[in-house]
Write a protein that binds this ligand. Structure first.
Ligand SMILES: NC(=O)c1ccc[n+]([C@@H]2O[C@H](COP(=O)([O-])OP(=O)(O)OC[C@H]3O[C@@H](n4cnc5c(N)ncnc54)[C@H](OP(=O)(O)O)[C@@H]3O)[C@@H](O)[C@H]2O)c1
Length: 235
C-alpha cells in the first residue's frame, strides 16, 4: 500500500509507504500518526475504544477495532496486509506485569510472526536496557526491562525486516528537532515528539534494516542523524 508522492518528498521517485501502528492511541503513536498524515501518507492502527478511533479518524487515520492482547497471528496478518511498514509503540510502560507479558512480549511476537514471509518492515519502539540502573527499581520495572530485552532478542532472530529503536526516558516537553542516534547512546531524556520524528525518518529510510539504534537527546538534526546511520551501513 503506497500513497502518491507529496511535495515533502518531491525529490524522491519512490511512492510513500503505507504505515500501520500498534499503539496508535498512545502518546508516541498519536504524534507519529499525525506526522505521517501531514506528509500525506496512508496511516492506520489498532484501537480498543470508539473515542480513540473517532479522534484518529478525524485526523485522516483509518482504524481497526480490537484487543491486541487477544488478536491471533492470523488476525494481525489480516490487519497489516498491504502495509509497507508496521510500527510497534504499544506497551505497558513498565506497568502491570500481565500487560508487559501480553503486549510487550507476546503480542510483539505475534506481530513479527504475522510478518514472516512478507516484505513489510517492522519498527519496534523498545527501551534502553540500562535505563534507570542508578535507581532502585520496583519489581514491575525489573520485570519490564527483562521482558523488553527478551522480546528484542526474539525479534532479532526472526527472518523479517526489523529495526529496534531504544529511546531514553520519554518526556512531553516540546520537541527540539535534534537528537543523538547510533548503536550506543547514553541514557538521559528524549521528548516524545523527537522520538516520533525519528520514527518518521526511519519509516522513510528503508535501507536501515535489522539494526538496533539507541536514541537520546543530542545535537544532530533528526534527518541528518538518520541519514548518517543509513550512510554508515553503505560503507
Ligand atoms: N515511558 C518511558 O519513559 C519510556 C522510555 C523508553 C521507552 N518507552 C516505550 O515507549 C512506548 C510508547 O510510549 P508512550 O508514551 O507512547 O506510551 P503510552 O502513551 O502509554 O501508550 C501505550 C500504548 O500501548 C497500548 N496498550 C497499553 N496496554 C495495552 C493493552 N493491555 N492492550 C492493548 N494496547 C495496550 C495503549 O493503548 P490504549 O490507549 O488502548 O491503552 C497505547 O496505545 C512504551 O510502550 C515503552 O515501551 C517508554
Amino acid at each position: 500500500m503506497t500513497s502518491p508522492t507529496t511535495s515533502a518528498t518531491a525529490a524522491s521517485e519512490e511512492p510513500l509507504p503505507g504505515v500501520f501502528i500498534f499503539g496508535i492511541s498512545g502518546r508516541v503513536g498519536r504524534l507519529l500518526a499525525s506526522r505521517l498524515r501531514t506528509r500525506g501518507m496512508t496511516v492506520s492502527g489498532l484501537t480498543r475504544s470508539s473515542q480513540q478511533a473517532a479522534a484518529l479518524q478525524a485526523d485522516g487515520v483509518t482504524t481497526v477495532s480490537g484487543e491486541l492482547a487477544l488478536a491471533t497471528t492470523q488476525e494481525i496478518a489480516s490487519m497489516v496486509s498491504g502495509f509497507d511498514v508496521v510500527v510497534f509503540t504499544a506497551g505497558s510502560n513498565a506497568g502491570h506485569p500481565d500487560v508487559t507479558d501480553a503486549i510487550d512480549d507476546a503480542a510483539l511476537a505475534r506481530v513479527s510472526e504475522a510478518l514472516s514471509g512478507t516484505q513489510t518492515r517492522l519498527i519496534l519502539l523498545s527501551v534502553l536496557p540500562e535505563a534507570w540502573r542508578e535507581r532502585s527499581l520496583s519489581d514491575e520495572e525489573e520485570h519490564y526491562f527483562a521482558v523488553k530485552k527478551r522480546a528484542e532478542v526474539a525479534l532479532t532472530r526472526e527472518p523479517i525486516d526489523w529495526v529496534i529503536l531504544r529511546p531514553s526516558l520519554l518526556t512531553d516537553d516540546p520537541g527540539r528537532g535534534t537528537v543523538a542516534l547510533g548503536p550506543a547512546e547514553l541514557h538521559d531524556e528524549i521528548t516524545r515528539d523527537d522520538v516520533a520524528a525519528v520514527l518518521e525518518a526511519l519509516v522513510l529510510e528503508p535501507t536501515i534494516s535489522r539494526r538496533i539504534l539507541e536514541l537520546n537527546e543530542g545535537p544532530t538534526a533528526v534527518t541528518e542523524a538518520v541519514g548518517r546511520v543509513a550512510r554508515s551501513y553503505q560503507a
